[in-house]
Ligand binder design. Structure first.
Ligand SMILES: Cc1cc2nc3c(=O)[nH]c(=O)nc-3n(C[C@H](O)[C@H](O)[C@H](O)COP(=O)(O)O)c2cc1C
Length: 152
């Protein structure tokens, strides 16, 4: 499996989650972890799993992540397994909003095949830190994707 992870992060918390996910995906194939500003559509070439993560800003995705998803050509992800994650405050999703839900919708609109529901990891405050156990949970989430895809 050739995995591309695209991550935006203002204070580093989402990036830490992305690194933990990257480490697990690295067990089943090459992984590229790009910051939002580094992404260009060429990065999708030869990729067969795309994971996108970012912080929840004003109930939705950050401007940088929005720009990334906008720059993906309409059918760029046709049939490609995709999943999205975010960081946000621990409160009901309708109250906090969730960048992952928005990102997942945009990935699907570009033809991506969502393989697991959008997932959230929680920060204790605006600049972090992540709540205890979130890095471990991110590793488990990544492992669940591997199982879901039936990769050995
Ligand atoms: C401008 C701004 C708006 C935010 N709005 C929300 C919000 O609507 N809901 C929420 O749960 N968290 C919100 N947060 C908190 C972010 O989710 C938090 O800063 C983020 O998870 C930290 O991740 P990062 O270190 O990767 O940037 C906001 C943070 C900023 C800076």
């Amino acid at each position: 499996m050739n995995t591309l992870i695209i991550c935006d992060s203002e204070f580093g918390n989402t990036y830490r989650i992305a690194e933990a996910i990257a480490e697990v995906m690295g067990r089943v194939g090459p992984v590229r972890l790009l910051r939002a500003g580094e992404f260009g559509p060429g990065a999708l070439e030869g990729v067969n799993l795309v994971l996108v993560g970012g912080p929840t800003h004003r109930h939705t995705i950050s401007k940088r992540l929005k720009a990334v998803l906008k720059s993906m050509p309409r059918k760029a992800l046709r049939g490609v397994p995709v999943a999205a994650f975010d960081t946000r405050y621990r409160m009901p999703r309708w109250k906090s909003g969730s960048a992952a839900s928005v990102a997942a919708r945009k990935l699907r609109s570009r033809g991506g095949r969502q393989i697991v529901p959008p997932e959230s990891f929680f920060v204790a405050a605006r600049e972090g830190p992540l709540e205890d156990g979130e890095i471990e949970w991110a590793r488990e989430w990544a492992a669940s994707i591997i199982i879901r895809l039936g990769v050995r």
